[in-house]
Design a protein around this ligand. Structure first.
Ligand code: IMP
Ligand code: MG
Length: 178
């Protein structure tokens, strides 16, 4: 980890309020259905938990693990598949939950793979979106918390070298020279 400063981008209150809004929208959109939330480990866990708490629907959860990042602050470009789902998703209304869409490589790999398993529906919720960094333009969130500029962010599940996932707000990292 390089020497760095940590600054606030989105406060805890703002993050919580926005997730609550998304949860209300999801509750409306899926009325009468059972939602199957699929979190992408590890970054999605805090977002998934807050979202789930405010969704007023029968709901099940599963997790998948997949990463396109090395240990630094830039994507390696190679998607590594670490852990598959525990349960089949055929016929289910699946909501894929991600912490951030950056280049879109992770999801351009995962979404078609999950579509092949024939869920009844498959939508994507992402806490953050960095549209200026996209290399896979087909990757779009159906539910997005915040669009952010091209800065490396941490907190609310997002890490820098596995640290800061537990921050209750979204911060950004400023790498110090030398
Ligand atoms: P993508 O495949 O480039 O869209 O990358 C998505 C994954 O990269 C996310 O699930 C994060 O784990 C990680 N990532 C992308 N941008 C950031 C960031 O600013 N901070 C921390 N992790 C990030
Ligand atoms: Mg991730």
């Amino acid at each position: 980890m390089k020497k760095h400063n940590l600054k606030t981008m989105i406060s805890e209150e703002e993050v919580e309020a926005r997730i609550k809004e998304l949860a209300q929208q999801i509750t409306q959109d899926y009325t009468g259905k059972t939602l199957h939330m699929v979190g992408i480990l590890k970054g999605s866990v805090p977002f998934m938990w807050t979202l789930a708490r405010y969704i007023k629907l029968p709901l099940t959860m599963d997790f998948i693990s997949c990463s396109s990042y090395g240990s630094g602050t830039t994507s390696s470009g190679v998607v590594r598949f670490n852990k598959d789902l525990d349960e089949a998703i055929e016929g289910k209304d699946v909501l894929l939950v991600e912490d951030i869409i950056d280049t879109g490589r992770t999801l351009s790999y995962l979404v078609p793979m999950l579509e092949q398993r024939r869920p009844n529906s498959l939508k994507l919720a992402s806490l953050l979106d960095k549209p200026s960094r996209r290399v896979c333009p087909e990757v779009q969130a159906d539910y997005c918390g915040f669009q952010i500029p091209d800065q490396f962010v941490v907190g609310y599940g997002l890490d820098y070298d596995q640290c800061y996932r537990n921050l209750p707000y979204i911060g950004y990292i400023e790498i110090l020279e030398g």
